[in-house]
Design a protein around this ligand. Structure first.
Ligand code: FCB
Length: 447
């Protein structure tokens, strides 16, 4: 699998109708935090908590994408992709989290979607990539409140009604595990809550909101493919010990089965429920049925394997492994294993790798960025994806994370994931070697 192959050879391992893209999210690139009637999000607020963001930065300007839309769309087109995954900022659409719609917010995404279509790029829209309107957090505790699921469905209906005739795909949520566990159990992401009980209640409400949104989007007559995006990785025990195996099984339950089982099997995993005890979420009788309604695709965001031991049940790297600038182990093989496992355990109609990529310390030398590590990361993960397809996994598309260097959440701007370099002083964009390679790869088998 990891033998060097030419771009043409690798490209030919994918079906001709494969979806090829790059991905971003609203808060990480748009900036314009107060422009044109946008409301505050929980991330706008979280950034101002002392110590929350490693470099003390925030998303006020980010990549200034909001004001550079047309040139950024040209940049995307230059890469030769046929799809672009982006997220909509809920507080741009509903500054108060419910009720009144902000027309200027919708107008921005109109221009984005129409601009993509004009360039023959299919819009892959995500409704929620973590920027909850602060008003909902203050009023009712955000995702801790069941009502937030209904507010989300209202927001989903507005977006679907407005853009649903032109987008190829709508994902309800990006990575509910992050929203719930990092945001509400570990408290290292917005809204910074630290309670296992609240985290799992929030996770349930996020899944419920996905289900309510699916229902309302379908009722609106929208023809886009509908789905959800989960972050996943295989969980390996650090050693052969029974204790590490126990931790690995537990982590697998929290990371994968807690989300996949209700979506595809109609119930939460028994072992996780038992483990949670009194911290298990309150659910209503109709929820399980709603949450397990069929949808069109599952998006997978994959970066690294998870290694479990009693010392650290959720480590992103095994001892001595090659890691990226995030400290995340580089393991394309574990992507193949993940995909095969998902196909074995769940009846998934279609899969997309909605995010995959790597942060490395880039050096700009004479205006050039030779990011061989990142290029190789992408190439080897494409080979791993092709391997899974060959073994029958229905992977339909792949999106590089990310188009641009951007605001990497609690790390701020010091971690760079882009295949396009951003000089934050001038907002100048420069294609890195990985971007040139991706373009060559995408055009390799044409003609
Ligand atoms: C994922 C997020 C994305 C980005 C990458 C590195 O968890 O969805 O926004 O931060 O990690």
């Amino acid at each position: 699998m990891n033998q060097p192959v030419s771009a043409i050879e690798l490209r030919r391992r994918f079906p001709s109708d494969f979806t090829w893209g790059v991905a971003t999210s609203a808060f990480q690139i748009e900036g314009a935090a107060h422009a044109d009637g946008k409301g505050q999000s929980i991330w706008d607020e979280f950034c101002h908590l002392p110590g929350a963001i490693a470099d003390g930065s925030n998303g006020e300007i980010a990549c200034d994408h909001y004001h550079r839309l047309d040139s950024d769309l040209d940049l995307i087109a230059q890469l030769g992709v046929n799809a672009y995954r982006f997220s909509v900022s809920w507080p741009r659409i509903q500054p108060d989290g419910s009720g009144a719609i902000n027309p200027a917010g919708l107008a921005f995404y109109d221009r984005l979607v129409d601009g993509l279509l004009r360039r023959n790029i299919r819009p892959y829209l995500t409704l929620y990539h973590w920027d909850l309107p602060s008003a909902l957090q203050h009023r009712q505790g955000g995702w801790a409140a069941r009502d937030t699921a209904f507010r989300f469905a209202e927001y989903a209906r507005i977006v679907a009604k407005h853009l649903g005739d032109r987008v190829a795909s709508i994902a309800t949520h990006n990575e509910p595990w992050i929203t719930s566990i990092l945001g509400h159990e570990r408290g290292i992401f917005a809204p910074g809550v630290k309670s296992r009980r609240v985290a799992f209640q929030a996770a349930h409400h996020v899944l419920l909101s996905h289900a309510l949104a699916l229902r309302t989007i379908r009722e609106s007559g929208c023809k886009a493919q509908l789905g959800i995006v989960l972050n996943m990785s295989p969980v390996y025990a650090a050693t052969d010990s029974a204790l590490d195996a126990f931790h690995a099984r537990r982590e697998d339950g929290r990371l994968i089965r807690w989300f996949m089982d209700p979506l595809f099997k109609g119930h939460y995993p028994q072992d996780v429920l038992e483990d949670l005890g009194a911290d298990a979420p309150q659910v209503e009788p109709e929820d399980a049925h709603l949450i397990s309604q069929p949808f069109d695709f599952l998006g997978i965001n994959y970066y690294h394997p998870t290694v479990s031991s009693s010392a650290n049940p959720s480590s992103p790297a095994s001892h001595g492994a090659a890691v990226t600038d995030m400290g995340w182990e580089v393991s394309p093989r574990s992507l193949t294993q993940l995909l095969l496992r998902l196909r074995r355990d769940y009846a998934i109609p279609a899969l997309f790798i909605t995010e995959n990529g790597a942060a490395y310390k880039d050096e700009v030398v004479n205006g050039l960025i030779d990011d061989e590590d990142r290029r190789h990361y992408i190439e080897s993960h494409l080979a791993a994806t092709a391997d899974a397809i060959r073994q029958g996994v229905p992977v339909k598309g792949y999106f590089v994370w990310s188009l641009l260097d951007n605001f990497e959440w609690a790390e701020g701007y010091r971690k760079r994931f882009g295949i396009v370099h951003v000089d934050y002083d001038t907002q100048r964009r420069t294609l890195k070697r990985s971007a040139h390679w991706y373009r060559e790869f995408l055009t390799a088998a044409r003609g």
